[in-house]
Design a binder for this molecule. Structure first.
Ligand SMILES: C[S@@+](CC[C@H](N)C(=O)[O-])C[C@H]1O[C@@H](n2cnc3c(N)ncnc32)[C@H](O)[C@@H]1O
Length: 272
């Protein structure tokens, strides 16, 4: 999942959700209108940071920093999206936070990144520490998502079990959770956040070809499968999606398909 070129070609779902979420929830953000300092955590290729998030900032924002654990993603983001007020840097949000970043931001955003994180409490504590007093955050990430079930089924297949041996590292911590809203709210309140709101929203996305699904899966696949086995992996992925009866043939046309993905998106707001 650190091929920025591939990712930016197949992230329609992520972009749609970032845009819809900002349109609906950005009114909660308490802008200072006095040089707001903004961070986007897990910015990936930087396209959501610079072509979506930036449009919602007050015209006189002070700076926008996209950060990501992947050096390759950050380099791509710098090469394609850095400007005088927008920059990108490497940061592991569940690691040790550099002192100079503490209390350095008025607003923290994160789109489609926090479900990658196993140590949720460490990451949310760091988000709290990044914020200056009075700051706030708006975060979206995956809860239940069929992709994770497909990963787990593939991990039981002898052909893929070696490559997917650490499959649960890449399943959202909230995929199996009965009440993710309650879990997240409790964790954030314990850390010190106030005014916490967590919405678990049912979403749906339709891929209109098997090829589009394969590209989207390939763009976010965290598994280090050898290049010569990639096609076979994606074929088996699609077979499972078919077995799960998620592929509809439109008008009984074998080539015209709708592949439904119903999933839960977690939308989280909190203040310091
Ligand atoms: C699916 S991409 C989302 C990119 C972008 N926010 C978007 O919406 O298109 C998830 C990103 O989270 C990053 N990520 C994963 N773990 C991280 C961590 N511990 N700290 C910072 N970024 C992380 C990955 O490197 C990846 O670029």
């Amino acid at each position: 999942m650190n091929n920025a070129e591939l990712y930016q070609k197949s992230n329609t779902l992520q972009k749609r959700d970032a845009l819809q979420c900002l349109e609906e929830y950005v009114k909660k953000i308490k802008w200072k209108y006095d040089g707001d300092r903004v961070i986007d955590i897990g910015c990936g290729d930087g396209s959501v940071t610079s072509s979506i998030l930036k449009k919602f900032l007050p015209y006189n924002y002070k700076n926008l920093v996209g950060c990501d654990i992947s050096e390759k993603m950050v380099k791509y983001a710098i090469d394609h999206h850095a400007t005088d007020r927008t920059n990108f840097s490497v940061l592991d949000i569940e690691g040790i936070l550099p002192d100079e970043l503490r209390e350095n931001f008025d607003h923290a955003f994160s789109f489609y990144a926090l479900h990658w994180i196993k140590h949720q409490e460490a990451a949310f504590t760091n988000i709290y520490r990044l914020l200056a007093q009075g700051g706030d955050c708006l975060l979206i990430f995956l809860g239940h998502m069929p992709v994770f079930d497909v990963y787990r089924i593939l991990a039981r297949n002898s052909r893929w079990s070696y490559w997917l041996k650490d499959v649960n590292r890449f399943v959202s911590p909230y995929h199996d959770s009965q009440n993710p809203e309650k879990d997240i709210k409790r964790m954030m309140t314990t850390i010190g956040f106030t005014g916490v709101e967590v919405h678990c929203v049912e979403k749906s996305f339709i891929y209109t070809s098997v090829e589009a699904l394969k590209k989207a899966v390939n763009a976010v696949s965290p598994f280090k499968i050898p290049a010569e086995m990639q096609d076979g992996f994606l074929e088996d992925y699609v077979k499972i999606v078919r077995d799960m009866q998620l592929i509809d043939h439109v008008n009984n046309n074998i080539n015209h398909v709708n592949i439904r993905t119903n999933y839960n998106l977690l939308i989280v707001y909190g203040k310091k």
